[in-house]
Design a protein around this ligand. Structure first.
Ligand code: SUG
Length: 417
């Protein structure tokens, strides 16, 4: 068994558009009604995967979901032809691209039965995301179908909101040893909804058979949610022994940090003070929505969006960070602007799974040649631009569906998803 970290990125679907559907997500609200560029968006996503492959990281992928979601509309007693305006955009959202919300993953060494456990997120708070899980579950059951290594769970009952890995962190000093799992939930969010319920987090921990002595439940600070941190991964990220977080990310950081230090004495907490970077700057620039990765040659790199480089206070702080003697040694900047404009940074686009790549269905793993072939399909078939009223056009619906079918054919997944 070779346990490594694999990042599964959601391929940005042909219906990518800006409908302003996520209350509490500042970018989504700000860009409501803008013209989107699905082809450019998906190619930016592929470029990020290629970038990470070239760093020597193992890369996986999830294909886009069917949109418009005809079966969801049928369950609501309507159809894409008759759908009322209040539901239309929700049926077209390409939000499954943000794979950090697909599931919560506990690597095998943390789980009582020695399997890697995944629980699909119910995403019940936002209507446009609430219909992702059945399809996501089907994908997870295919990709992680080997029952000798994986256990895939259905969603927590929808009373309790669960948004997956975006509200979960794992720290460890060795992938093969039990880690400390941290579930971050919301209590209050000011004017904005709280999307992760503590009871959902507790249920996931029980499903996975985690050791209660190595599992922490930590409240997000109300001010972070109220400022637009609708998921914990907008203000904090962890990798191995490093926690990188904004000073105002958690409701009670001193208790949390003390517990973490007790459970993992090797932990290094890199905290960004509000005096250097305000919550608003952190949320606009997404510096914490980086992929904090361990490079094969050792040392950690932080893969951040262009917007972080463009925010002077953030960039100055990051440059000083990597110049110091800390664990984060390198900054890598990627362009995911199309996703960013809907509030999804580099870390939102990926689901981390620690597992042996040989145990995963290879159709969900990426190499340069496969990415090249997928880029060709996207260049040929993805719509170039979508303005809000375009969602009314039947010709666009069939173009989206045909585009996705071509991609599934390229992945040898036709008829399976
Ligand atoms: O759920 N945006 C997503 C962004 C998710 C980011 N993921 C992580 N932080 N892990 C959301 O708010 C916007 C769609 C729209 O407005 O049309 C949206 O759903």
């Amino acid at each position: 068994m070779r346990l490594v970290e694999i990042n599964f990125d959601g391929i940005i679907g042909p219906s990518h558009n800006y409908s302003g559907l996520s209350l509490g997500n500042i970018a989504s609200g700000t860009n409501k009604g803008s013209v989107s560029y699905p082809r450019a968006a998906a190619l930016q996503g592929l470029d990020k995967m290629r970038h990470n492959l070239r760093l020597g990281l193992v890369q996986g992928l999830f294909p886009p979901q069917p949109r418009p979601d005809r079966s969801w509309l049928a369950n609501l007693g309507t159809s894409v032809e008759k759908v009322p305006p209040s539901l239309r955009a929700a049926a077209f959202s390409a939000s499954a691209m943000w794979a950090a919300n697909a599931a919560t993953v506990s690597p095998a060494p943390d789980c009582a039965d020695g399997l890697c456990h995944l629980t699909v997120a119910n995403l019940r708070t936002m209507p446009h995301r609430s219909h992702e899980w059945p399809h996501t579950l089907a994908q997870l059951r295919l990709a992680f179908g080997d029952a000798r290594h994986f256990a895939v769970h259905g969603p927590v009952p929808a009373t309790f909101g669960d948004e997956g890995a975006a509200n979960h962190m794992r720290l460890t000093d060795a992938h093969a040893a039990p880690g400390v799992e941290i579930f971050v939930y919301g209590d209050r969010g000011g004017a904005f909804p709280v999307r992760q319920h503590v009871e959902a987090s507790r249920a996931v921990a029980r499903f996975h058979g985690l050791d209660p002595g190595r599992t922490l439940f930590v409240a997000q600070s109300e001010s972070a949610i109220a400022a637009g941190a609708f998921h914990n991964d907008v203000v904090a990220v962890a990798n191995e022994t490093v926690l990188f977080a904004h000073e105002q990310a958690f409701a009670d950081r001193s208790d949390f940090y003390a517990e973490l230090r007790r459970l993992l004495p090797a932990v290094e907490i890199v905290q960004v003070p509000a005096s250097a970077v305000t919550l608003e700057e952190a949320i606009a620039s997404y510096l914490f929505n980086g992929q904090l990765v361990t490079l094969p040659a050792g040392g950690m790199a932080l893969i951040i969006p262009e917007e972080a480089r463009e925010t002077p206070s953030v960039w100055a702080w990051l440059e000083a960070l990597v110049a110091g003697n800390g664990p984060i040694r390198e900054l890598r900047v990627v362009d995911v602007r199309q996703s960013m404009a809907n509030g999804g940074g580099p870390a939102c686009l990926r689901l981390r799974v620690v597992a042996d790549p040989a145990t995963i269905d290879p159709r969900f793993l990426a190499d340069e040649a496969k990415l090249e072939r997928l880029a060709k399909v996207i260049e040929d078939r993805w719509p170039e631009r979508i303005a809000p009223d375009d969602l009314l056009q039947p010709a666009l619906w069939s173009a989206m569906e045909a585009a996705r079918s071509s991609l599934l054919a390229e992945l040898e997944l036709t008829g399976l998803l």
